[in-house]
Write a protein that binds this ligand. Structure first.
Ligand SMILES: [Zn+2]
Ligand SMILES: [Zn+2]
Length: 354
């Protein structure tokens, strides 16, 4: 079978590999679609996060082709969301509590990819069926919608963890990325009063408005974000809850400093990996602004999303902006120039496409 293998910085090769075989507590899926994630592109550009020699891909939808011994509850032909193996299987305290996303062992050891390899391939082995996120999809669910689970569940998890209530005014910063767009759609459906989005550049504006944003602010084009928000919300205050989805220090600074009312909450949805020395704790301390980090998602969030899809109560149309064959995953995906990438929301790889 064909697979896209990560060998480090700017080095992903399409190789012929043996088709995996299912051992005990394992199953094999034929990959229907795999999402091209920003973290895959970051790994490609920096050479970090992932083990060299590993097949990329953690946003997998596949159809079961083989079951190993002792695997119950699945059948050949089932279509599955194949999420990360979040449970570490050693009974650590967070996993025992159900907080598998903050388990100290699983994500750190697997980088969120199933083992031993991910889904940038024709077939993928689910190495540990008991400890992976596997959700069966009903036949009426479009696998191209289901594959969005990796971004939409991040937004679901963040909203469920937040103190958001219907009627709240909210800000989504970095709203034009796939997680930000998902958050806007979900917050609109969940009864947000007014939704303001901070997003640089105009490309994503029409989609944001379609998904339920009421106001888009380009933070580079105003020097009074707080004033704009106060006028727009009409309450004399900034947002009740602010979701930081860009994962950069400028966006986090804006959320803490300009977007959140006294007593409000900033939910850190994006992961900010740089130190941010312009963030002064007393700025939010004297306003009693609380900070809630929200890291990836759990099986519960994926089940919620699968249920939303199967009942048809909410959809996220137009999020898939490109479908490419595996052979072109570098040229038309991982290595897309920044400006080209900004035009896309989610690119899928279809390994059976020629
Ligand atoms: Zn992802
Ligand atoms: Zn654990």
């Amino acid at each position: 079978m064909k697979a896209a293998v990560f060998y480090g910085k700017n080095d992903v090769r399409i190789e012929e590999r043996p088709k995996p075989k299912a051992g005990p507590n394992q199953l094999v899926v034929k990959i229907d679609y795999v999402g091209l994630c920003g973290t895959d592109a970051d790994a490609y550009k920096t050479g970090s996060f992932l083990k060299h020699g590993m097949v990329l891909g953690h946003e997998n939808i596949g159809t079961v082709t083989e079951l190993g011994a002792g695997v119950d509850g699945y059948a050949v032909g089932d279509r599955l969301i194949c999420g990360p193996p979040t449970y570490c299987a050693v009974h650590c305290p967070p996993c025992d509590r159900g907080d598998t996303n903050i388990c100290a062992n699983a994500l750190a050891n697997t980088r969120g990819i199933g083992g031993p390899d991910g889904g940038y391939a024709e077939y993928m082995l689910v190495q540990d069926v008991k400890n992976a996120i596997l959700v069966k999809l009903p036949g009426n669910v479009d696998p191209k919608e289901a594959v969005l689970f990796d971004v939409i569940c991040v937004a679901i998890h963040a909203i469920r963890l937040s103190c958001f209530r219907p009627g709240d005014n909210v800000v989504v910063s970095g709203g034009g990325g796939p997680v930000g767009l998902s958050a806007v759609r979900l917050l609109r459906a969940a009864g947000a009063r007014r939704i303001a989005v901070l997003q640089t550049g105009p490309i994503k504006r029409p989609k944001l408005l379609e998904f339920g944003a009421d106001l888009c602010i380009d933070p580079n084009e105003t020097d009074d974000i707080a004033g704009k928000l106060r006028d727009f919300f009409g309450t004399g205050e900034e947002a009740d809850v602010c979701f930081e989805c860009a994962g950069n220090k400028t966006s986090l600074y804006n959320c803490l400093r300009y977007c959140t009312r006294p007593g409000g909450q900033v939910v850190m949805v994006g992961q900010v990996t740089q130190p941010a020395d312009n963030i002064v704790p007393s700025d939010f301390f004297v306003k009693e602004i609380s900070i809630q980090p929200s890291f990836v998602f759990t099986a519960k969030d994926v089940n919620i999303y699968a249920d939303m899809l199967s009942t048809g109560k909410i959809s996220f149309p137009g999020m898939i902006t490109g479908i490419i064959p595996l052979e072109e995953c570098v040229e038309k995906g991982l290595n897309l120039p920044r400006e080209e990438r900004r035009k896309h929301i989610k690119i899928l790889i279809d390994p059976s496409m020629r």
